[in-house]
Ligand binder design. Structure first.
Ligand SMILES: *[C@@H]1O[C@H](CO)[C@@H](O)[C@H](O)[C@H]1NC(C)=O
Ligand SMILES: *[C@@H]1O[C@H](CO)[C@@H](O)[C@H](O)[C@H]1NC(C)=O
Ligand SMILES: *[C@@H]1O[C@H](CO)[C@@H](O)[C@H](O)[C@H]1NC(C)=O
Ligand SMILES: *[C@@H]1O[C@H](CO)[C@@H](O)[C@H](O)[C@H]1NC(C)=O
Length: 373
């Protein structure tokens, strides 16, 4: 009898850390809503509107299919005074992903798209650009930062075109070490998401669509099927991928099951995007060798250049991740003086380069927040 009980007890002890880990703190607000809202298909709970310091509730028109399916928003006309904020209290100290989706006031003219600045904890992190509703990754602003004083403060300031209109707020706790990029990382820095691309994927997805670990937040992955017409092709696999969804960033496995790969005519694989000049960018690159024609070490080796500087030399995914179908994540933080950022995978052994996903953050120095009292 004891012979059965003891092993069972040992198993329970071994499982204990899994149960002991608390779920991450998550607060989602449906701005302008009078009641709590549950959205499908994931039955996500959005709290009814609270914690605002001003503004007016209104019905919303969704700018895009990827916006959360909410029916209301809160807008902040200048005439209402300078207090265009949300101050959310009782937020446990920790590391957070804060995301704000923008909306259109129903029956207002799309021509009248609001343009405004967004600040978090007293630091301006973003300024909406005109035509924002035409780009999936401009429908919201998202940033990683530490919230250590029990509250989150988010403010909106019109830049002279329309009234700030906010559809939803999300304050999602993530791993304390998420996106650690160098000793410079920490309470003094904010990482604003600039781009997040799932290469070779047909459709954009959120982490929640991928059943991602909640400690990774609910990242949005835009899909990209080519960097440059006829210079690359997509590749996908149904094989399972090793070393995914691990601390501190918890990437979903499916991210590594699609890729872009270069072609004979075009051995280099290059992604270029526009950036604001004279800023620092933290770049995270994801790889898994999912090409069945590459089975061992030394068969595909490439350099990675960021704006002509070699950031990583002789990257061999199978070697560095330990196997085929195994995830490799590389990160590099660079200063960019010009208006473009180009990431080039240049083969040095084998003739094609490959990449599965790209994340680009702007590194923002946090203003030291005025101390209470
Ligand atoms: C919002 O829409 C509902 C019906 O969907 C309507 O009853 C309500 O009056 C509208 N509110 C405003 C401020 O237009
Ligand atoms: C990012 O890169 C730095 C420098 O190579 C490394 O020390 C750090 O561990 C990396 N971060 C993660 C989360 O892998
Ligand atoms: C970029 O990083 C460098 C080195 O960490 C720092 O000295 C500089 O102030 C940063 N620039 C900006 C615009 O934040
Ligand atoms: C990767 O390359 C290094 C140096 O060439 C070698 O020592 C190591 O064994 C290789 N790892 C694998 C998994 O092949």
């Amino acid at each position: 009898m004891l012979g059965y009980i003891l092993p069972l007890f040992t198993v329970l002890l071994a499982l204990q850390p899994l149960y002991a880990r608390k779920a991450p703190f998550a607060m989602r607000i449906s701005c302008g809503a009078r009641d709590n809202v549950h959205t499908q298909p994931t039955n996500t709970l959005w709290f009814k509107d609270y914690a605002y310091t001003g503004g007016i509730p209104a019905n919303a028109t969704l700018p895009s299919k990827i916006s959360p399916p909410l029916k209301t928003l809160r807008y902040f006309p200048l005439s209402e005074g300078p207090e265009n904020c949300y101050n959310i209290n009782r937020v446990p100290s920790g590391h957070y992903s804060v995301r704000i989706f923008f909306g259109f006031i129903a029956e207002s003219n799309i021509d009248n798209e609001p343009l405004f600045d967004v600040s978090v904890e007293g630091t301006q992190i973003y300024s909406l650009g005109s035509g924002w509703n035409n780009h999936n990754d401009e429908l919201f602003v998202e940033a990683l930062l530490f919230l250590m004083d029990g509250s989150a403060s988010l403010c909106f300031h019109s830049t002279g075109h329309g009234d700030p209109a906010i559809l939803s707020l999300e304050i999602l706790q993530v791993d304390d070490r998420a996106y650690y990029f160098s000793p410079q990382w920490g309470q003094g820095t904010i990482l604003r998401t600039d781009k997040r691309l799932s290469c070779g994927a047909e459709k954009p997805k959120f982490d929640v669509d991928y059943s991602g670990d909640h400690w990774g937040g609910d990242r949005f992955w835009d899909s990209i099927t080519t960097f440059e017409q006829s210079s690359d092709r997509t590749l996908s696999t149904k094989n399972s991928i090793k070393k995914t969804s691990i601390s501190p960033n918890f990437y979903p496995e499916a991210l590594y099951q699609t890729a872009l790969i270069s072609t004979n005519n075009h051995p280099d694989l290059a992604y270029t995007m526009d950036v604001d000049p004279n800023r620092n960018y933290s770049i995270w690159l994801h790889f898994a060798e999912i090409d069945t024609s590459v089975t061992g070490v030394g068969q595909r080796v490439f350099d990675i250049l960021i704006n002509d500087d070699v950031a990583f030399q002789d990257v061999d995914i199978v070697n560095m991740s330990g196997d085929a179908n195994s995830a490799l994540v590389l990160n590099k933080t660079v200063a960019v003086n010009g208006r473009t950022l180009t990431i080039t995978m240049h083969p040095t052994k084998g003739s094609h380069a490959i990449i599965n996903a790209i994340e680009i953050f702007e590194v923002i120095m946090a203003e030291s927040k005025t101390l209470p009292g």
